[in-house]
Design a binder for this molecule. Sequence first.
Ligand SMILES: NC(=O)c1ccc[n+]([C@@H]2O[C@H](COP(=O)([O-])OP(=O)(O)OC[C@H]3O[C@@H](n4cnc5c(N)ncnc54)[C@H](OP(=O)(O)O)[C@@H]3O)[C@@H](O)[C@H]2O)c1
Length: 277
Amino acid sequence: MKRACVIGWPVAHSRSPVIHRYWLKFYGLDGAYELEAVPPEEAGSFFKNLGKRGYAGANVTLPHKETALSAATHADQAAKAIGAANTLWLDDSGLLHATNTDAYGFMTHLAEVAPDWNKAGRPVMVLGAGGAARAILHGLIQAAGAKITLANRTTTRASALAQSFGPRISVVAWEERNGALAGCGLVVNATSLGMTGRPPLSIDLSALPLDATVADIVYSPLETPLLAAAKARRNRVVDGLGMLLHQAVPGFERWFGVRPAVTPELRAHVAAHLEAS
Ligand SMILES: NC(=O)c1ccc[n+]([C@@H]2O[C@H](COP(=O)([O-])OP(=O)(O)OC[C@H]3O[C@@H](n4cnc5c(N)ncnc54)[C@H](OP(=O)(O)O)[C@@H]3O)[C@@H](O)[C@H]2O)c1
């Protein structure tokens, strides 16, 4: 039986088991997906002994994504550019490989819901400068030539991020975010604002063109206050659940040998789980 797990500290909140166990059952595979709560001081040795623990690979969540990257023998371009790994697998020789599938997950869902999001090559606005924002910026830069405006509460963090990605990204002060929406074709909330238990993202969408797409990577609640406001003025919206589902695909394929599909049934299953918790 093949086994994979999600490694984090804490880890109980992870939605990954709900997704991977759904696929294991759906495809009738002899596999298991487990939760591993690993404290930071043990993470390095846990990764090195992943095979000995009987795992074919793992997902990695906070706070271990950087440790996972440095523990891997081979990291792909996405993991290196994002500076963090969320998916690991062992090859036939027992070497540990790392990737980061957040950019893939975000871009795949964006292309599915809003295939023409970049048709006119208009500027993109990204809010946030944490780990998830870094992945989103990597995905956007790989996919399109559009100019990207970045705003974050802590401007120095946005500037450091912009610098590491090069001249395509320009930073605006957090206080300037409303005006900077003028002419944008896409706006992405990559902050944690709007999450259940957190304040909503405070933003005035008036300057945003009505045909722009509004994406939120927060998936709990499924409809964040930002998405509700965007919907009310008839902007097209992209929620965070699709990213969560698509980012899980490459890992499952590596560990269990089947490329799983992101279907409306999986989406409903995970959405029901989110609602119940
Ligand atoms: N859909 C998915 O698959 C997916 C994947 C990854 C993450 N996410 C979600 O994305 C969100 C961000 O994750 P992360 O890992 O990037 O977190 P993070 O590294 O902790 O970054 C948090 C970001 O939110 C900003 N922020 C927090 N509180 C704020 C406030 N009161 N006012 C203004 N800005 C505030 C931070 O700004 P400062 O720099 O100023 O602190 C920072 O930019 C989380 O909600 C996470 O669940 C979703």
